[in-house]
Design a protein around this ligand. Sequence first.
Ligand SMILES: Nc1ncnc2c1ncn2[C@@H]1O[C@H](COP(=O)(O)OP(=O)(O)OP(=O)(O)O)[C@@H](O)[C@H]1O
Ligand SMILES: [Mg+2]
Length: 407
Amino acid sequence: MAIVSSDMGAPRRGSAPAGKRGSAQADERGSAQAGELPVTPARSPVNRRLLDPSALAADSDPLAPAKADETGEASGTGWGEPPAREDGLRPKRLADYIGQSELKQVLAIAVEATRSRGEALDHVLLYGPPGLGKTTMALVLAEELGVRCRITSAPALERPRDIVGLLVNLQPGELLFIDEIHRLNRVAEEILYPAMEDFRLDLTVGKGSSARTRSLQIAPFTLVGATTRAGSLSSPLRDRFGLIQRLEFYNLDDLQAIVQRAAGLLQLDLEQQAALEVARRCRGTPRIANRLLRRVRDVAAVNGQLRIGPELVHEALSLHSVDSRGLDASDRRLMTLLLESYGGGPAGLDALAAALGEDSTTLETVVEPYLLQLGFLQRTPRGRQVTPAGRSHLGWPAQLDLSGAQP
Ligand SMILES: Nc1ncnc2c1ncn2[C@@H]1O[C@H](COP(=O)(O)OP(=O)(O)OP(=O)(O)O)[C@@H](O)[C@H]1O
Ligand SMILES: [Mg+2]
């Protein structure tokens, strides 16, 4: 019934005390960040192999017992995610994963160390705004480790037996990816604590006076949690992750490379300048870059244009109300509301959400981060406020006497 930890014959897997695993990898991360390693991580042979695309061809690993299951589907268990449409564009190896250099360095070291020690990778928490590559990174990690990635999402783990079923079915070294992990309920969290620390399940059998607790050993595994709201995670859960990494918005160069890579995969003839135009408008987010590129492809197909230049990008994205800095209709509605009804702000999030008919969480996690990043919006103790840069982008006068502003 239980997958006992002594069943550890497979190469590069093993069980070590959780504390030891955690501290070893925390050390590596610390050193990498502090730059104390004699060889910088990016130049070490480890990372060169993991981060260099040319090394990939030679890196077919015959020892890998099972390849990452990109869809996360586990046949027969009834859970997992249907393959997303964007799957074709997902990078599969670390070397294909563009940008996020610090994240890649830290994880490349952890992966290599894990492989050499033959253990399960320490638990990883990835957090950051939507569409930056958290799910993609979980699948990349599984691919690099040569293990399967089981995908689920916290809201799907409502009943205790959902998470118990998942955990007992894990094979040694496998990755369990839990999306939106901040939405785990208390019972599921309590079950996860000993599972993460000691690969043990503490179960209660029976009811009332005959109830007894039983411990069940499970296979050493790696929990990869993803969240857009790291602050909403309970601290006991957060503290059990050995690697906690934030994903950053991508810079223009990386986005251009992402667009160009996607164009290659979609077999589009995209000029460099056109890739740059898409990159400028995608809010620092690869998922949006891919989406905009598909819209551009549609217009190119309808126009019968084989080569895509910047003018076509402009035409296609104007059609979808995406402006030159990537602001879309909902960004402009928020900014315009602030300017027209609150004299540029400050105004409270809930008031803005109610006026826009939006959910305040969506405003806070989806709309605002990019406006904040562009410096078009400010969060002040008294509420949200449009900055001079934001005003000028929307064509409002730079100087406005706030005291005289009409609500
Ligand atoms: N570093 C990258 N290089 C190239 N493409 C990327 C990268 N990161 C993400 N992508 C692309 O962006 C898409 C979205 O990424 P992903 O689904 O991993 O985001 P996410 O962070 O999990 O988002 P969410 O929080 O909404 O679940 C992927 O399908 C992939 O094509
Ligand atoms: Mg995701």
